[in-house]
Design a protein around this ligand. Structure first.
Ligand code: PLP
Ligand code: COI
Length: 356
């Protein structure tokens, strides 16, 4: 019989809750996990019905292909609660679509929309009390999929697991961020998997990021793999640059994640009457703008990081500081987007999705 994912999702409630142990006014990012998770298995060529179970370890064979060939993808999204206890998601269908773009690139099975959306909404309804309301915090939601099918043959697995787990979270960064413009290592290449949210993309960033950390920078600004002359992304964020009063970001490509925050910011900035340009940006242009005083702001944008101002960058052994401005584009755009997410303002774009 065909599975249509619209029936009630089976829920096994956890016998005890961990919620009383959590200090909701003092949350780090992604360190504590809520009571339940959604689980869905792919076997015999199709996704089964998802179920909600207590948050728990996953048991896998050592021969599961995730361990050997890295078929692992994820998404990042957030649930927000307004002052009347209404719960919202932000552009969740975009995360669903991107998960399937990643799945296709890693030869993993695409998930049916009803399975993702119904499962997600049911889970968030159940975990409603886990959504923090203090300024800058939210329930971070991590949908992810990995290969459970076994074998040492280097080919796609025949079984997969999709899970959604949740973590009440505060800010991703504490304070302003200093970045190092990368001159040697690359995050991605043309024809590669840079546009996918594949776990391996992040593993490949850790070592160069550690080297940057050792030099006092929190993140790396990735440059193109071919020439290292053009900036691409800032760690787990898309990058924005303000030169004079123009807001710039680079076009998405094979190598760059099509960020939901990035595209929302572009829409909001245009509605605010900000002059916006989406084009390639040379490192040399950044340096020149910094030296002649026209570089006003640099910030990263992403679900976890929201809008994170960058206070300075390093390149070829030299440090470049950003000016301390009032009324920054970054602060304005952050306010506009979080006001929409948390139901503090109208949502003319239809991005906010009420869950309960
Ligand atoms: N770029 C990378 C590499 C990321 O990991 C993320 C985070 O998800 C982003 C950009 C921002 O994307 P989004 O705004 O959809 O979270
Ligand atoms: C997100 O912003 O949701 C991400 O997935 C980035 C992650 C590496 C924390």
């Amino acid at each position: 019989m065909a599975i249509n994912y619209t029936e009630d999702i089976q829920i096994e409630k956890s016998k005890t809750s961990k919620i009383a142990n959590v200090d909701f006014n003092n949350l780090a990012f992604g360190r504590v996990f809520s009571d339940h998770m959604l689980v869905c298995d792919f076997r015999n060529g199709e996704w089964q019905n998802p179920s909600i179970v207590p948050y728990q370890p996953v048991t896998l064979e050592p021969s599961a292909k995730i361990f050997h060939y890295g078929q692992s993808i994820f998404e990042g999204m957030k649930a927000y609660k307004d002052s009347d206890n209404n719960v919202f998601l932000f552009r969740p269908v975009d995360n669903f679509n991107r998960l399937n773009i990643s799945a296709k690139r890693l030869a993993m099975p695409e998930l049916p929309e009803a399975c993702f959306m119904n499962g997600l909404k049911e889970l968030i309804k159940l975990e409603k009390d886990w959504i923090p309301t203090s300024e800058g915090s939210s329930l971070y939601i991590r949908p992810f999929m990995f290969a459970t099918g076994q074998g040492f043959h280097a080919s796609p697995a025949n079984a997969y697991k999709f899970i959604i787990a949740c973590a009440p979270s505060g800010s991703y960064f504490s304070g302003k961020v200093k970045v190092l413009i990368e001159e040697k290592y690359s995050r991605s290449a043309n024809g590669g998997v840079g546009f996918a949210k594949a776990g391996g993309n992040y593993a490949g960033q850790f070592y160069p990021t550690q080297l940057a950390n050792n030099r006092g920078y929190q993140q790396v600004i990735w440059t193109d793999d071919n020439t290292h002359e053009y900036i691409e992304e800032a760690g787990a964020m898309n990058i924005f640059v303000r030169i004079n009063d123009t807001l710039l970001t680079v076009p998405t490509s094979d190598r760059i994640l099509d960020g939901i925050t990035r595209k929302s910011i572009l829409t909001i900035a245009e509605a605010e009457g900000i002059d916006v340009e989406v084009r390639k940006i040379k490192v040399a242009e950044l340096i020149e703008a910094s030296e002649n005083g026209s570089l006003k702001e640099l910030f990263g944008a992403g679900t976890a990081a929201v809008v994170s101002p960058i206070s300075g960058f390093g390149f070829k052994g030299k440090n470049y500081e950003l000016p301390e401005l009032e009324n920054t584009y970054g602060a304005l755009l952050k306010k506009r987007i979080t006001d929409i997410q948390t139901n503090k303002s109208d949502d003319p774009y239809g991005w906010r999705v009420k869950v309960c």
